[in-house]
Ligand binder design. Structure first.
Ligand code: NAD
Length: 545
């Protein structure tokens, strides 16, 4: 039974998913905090939260059994992603459940702004009938600039088009084909776009790049008399600069659902009484619909269950890839990449550079999804990193932790894609440090067999399984015999043998699959007695988790 602790008010539809799961013991403690929370997490397998529970180092430290944390909402700002990843805790969110609600609220804010609906209500409620005062403008025919054409931006685009707006977008990370499908013109230059837009709406994530993006300088580029709508994240905008632009008449109006500090204080610049006829504000309610709350709770609960059960979990923020979603041939390359990492770690000292190559059509069409961590590598690169690092740092190096650890140890990781040669698909790992370099190439054959095919230019062919004694020697008669005899004398059985040569080098590389452990002392004796250039034993781990 998985113990799932719910720490905040979660919509009943999401709770029902957990109640009906036979392998879950649901502990519903909305509002639990402080020492009580730290006690309650001590044997919890999973947490279901919203934005009010801080999941940081202290909580994680006190929750040794914790495997997953799900947030019924979009962001994960209350969860320390790096600390969770280091402990192998899967972090889940529900980014899709409130897309439509947020898009509809954006339209509501836009319409309220240009028709001054809140101000008109207030006027009527005061017993006035000021029809002339509330002269607005139509959305029809206006130019709408959407900054950030993701899930919500796209939904806003289609709604705005149905209002007859001329929609264009600035989003340097989106495919032109997506914009085309939405009937949106993508503009590469934000300054030019701002100068043309009648209304600008933000649908960006808050990242190091976007924080404070709309400040005094960019506001100066807005067309005079234009409107700004922010239903995305507070930190995107310098609200003081917006208030100044409104006061100067450069902006005609602004509608905000989100603020740098929530709730905003009463002396917030946008609450200045002289701006009351040009500003529309709401208390971060973009996702506050019954439908959205139900949807996010169900998505979070289902993903949490999937993650506990080891099933595909599409909204895991910190999992570098979903192994379960990869087909068999790709999984073979994944396990092979890890073995290549293990092999390279056994043969090389301390590299500065770790270059992973994916060659062939198998790798050309991959898309790995975005996640808010300071790295984004292909699954195969992550697997190779894991294989490499676990040889030195132990089996605790998870897929989540491997890229973080690589950065901690100062490994510069590079990925390369290209055409395969000799084989249909190939993966390759190159390690470099000053004048030293090691390259390993490997493939999966048509029959699905994993093979290491080249080590440092020596073409060889062996199966990376079990225990392999690798060595290099001068290419002259008698060496292999000596190695075999010594191993035999020590009761070590050879299961397989492969030899590789490099033209003109006068050297060879040998790979002996052995049935028993080879003591370190014997490896040294082999190197000495058989006059080997080097000899190493590589243990290929079989299980992938
Ligand atoms: P998303 O990840 O689907 O889309 C974000 C888009 O922004 C992506 O297309 C990305 O390429 C683009 N982008 C990133 N950096 C950019 C940059 N520097 N310049 C231009 N474009 C850039 O996210 P989403 O689900 O559409 O959410 C958008 C925002 O809305 C988020 O900040 C989210 O937190 C917020 N949100 C608010 C509410 C609310 O209650 N007001 C509800 C839901 C979501």
């Amino acid at each position: 039974m998985w113990k799932v602790l719910v720490t905040e008010e979660i919509h009943e539809d999401g709770l029902r998913v957990l109640q009906e799961a036979e392998d879950v013991e649901l502990i519903n403690r909305p509002g639990i905090a402080g020492e009580e929370l730290l006690k309650a997490v001590s044997d919890a397998d999973a947490l279901l939260t919203r934005s009010g529970t801080a999941v940081g180092e202290e909580l994680l430290e006190r929750a040794p059994e914790l495997k997953a944390v799900a947030r019924a909402g979009v962001g994960v700002d209350n969860i320390d992603l790096v600390a969770a990843s280091k402990r192998g805790v899967v972090v889940i969110n529900a980014p899709t459940g409130n897309t439509l609600s947020a898009a509809e609220h954006t339209m509501a804010m836009m319409l309220s702004l240009v028709r001054k609906v809140p101000q008109a209500y207030y006027s009527v409620s005061c017993g006035r009938w000021e029809r002339k005062r509330f002269m607005g403008c139509q959305l029809h025919g206006k130019k709408l600039l959407i900054i950030g054409l993701g899930r919500i931006g796209s939904q806003v685009a289609s709604r705005a088009r149905s209002f007859g707006m001329d929609v264009f977008s600035y989003d340097p990370y989106v495919q032109a084909s997506k914009a085309e499908r939405l009937g949106v013109t993508l503009v590469p230059d934000l300054n030019i776009a701002l100068a043309e837009a009648d209304i600008v709406t933000l649908h960006l994530p808050l990242t190091a790049e976007t924080r404070g993006m709309i400040g005094e300088e960019l506001l100066g580029r807005f067309k005079r008399g234009s409107y700004l709508v922010n239903c995305a994240r507070g930190g995107l905008v310098d609200e003081k600069a917006v208030a100044e632009a409104l006061k100067k008449g450069h902006l005609a109006g602004a509608a905000f659902d989100v603020f740098s500090k929530e709730p905003p204080s009463l002396d917030h610049p946008l609450l200045s009484p002289d701006l009351a006829d040009r500003v529309v504000l709401s208390p971060h309610i973009g996702a506050n619909t019954y439908e959205a709350q139900s949807a996010v709770s169900v998505i979070a609960a289902k993903n949490l269950l999937a993650s506990l059960r080891g099933e595909p979990c599409e909204h895991a923020v910190n999992l570098p890839f979903a192994e379960q979603l990869m087909d068999v041939s790709k999984r073979k390359y994944l396990t092979l990449a890890r073995k290549v990492g293990q092999l390279a770690a056994s043969l090389f000292g301390v590299p500065q550079k770790f270059r992973f190559a994916m060659l062939g059509s198998l790798f050309s069409e991959e898309s790995y999804g975005a996640f808010e961590l300071p790295y984004r590598y292909a699954p195969y690169t992550v697997a190779a990193l894991k294989g490499f690092l676990e040889v030195r740092h132990g089996s605790g190096v998870s897929y989540m932790y491997a890229p973080l650890l690589a950065s901690d140890v100062g490994l510069s990781v590079e990925e390369v894609k290209g055409e395969a040669f000799t084989y249909k698909n190939l993966i390759g790992l190159t390690l470099e440090e000053k004048n030293e370099r090691l390259e390993v190439l490997a493939t999966v054959t048509e029959e699905g067999r994993q093979r290491v095919v080249c080590i440092d230019g020596f073409w060889i062919d062996f199966v990376p399984e079990g225990r392999v004694l690798l060595f290099s020697n001068y290419d002259r008669p008698g060496v292999i015999g000596k190695v075999g005899t010594l191993l035999g004398k020590n009761g070590i059985n050879i299961a397989n043998f492969a030899l590789g040569r490099k033209n003109g080098s006068g050297q060879a590389v040998g790979a002996l699959q052995v049935d028993n452990a080879v003591p370190q002392g014997l490896v040294q004796k082999l190197a000495q007695d058989a006059d080997l250039l080097w000899a190493k034993v590589v243990d290929f781990e079989e299980d992938l988790q």
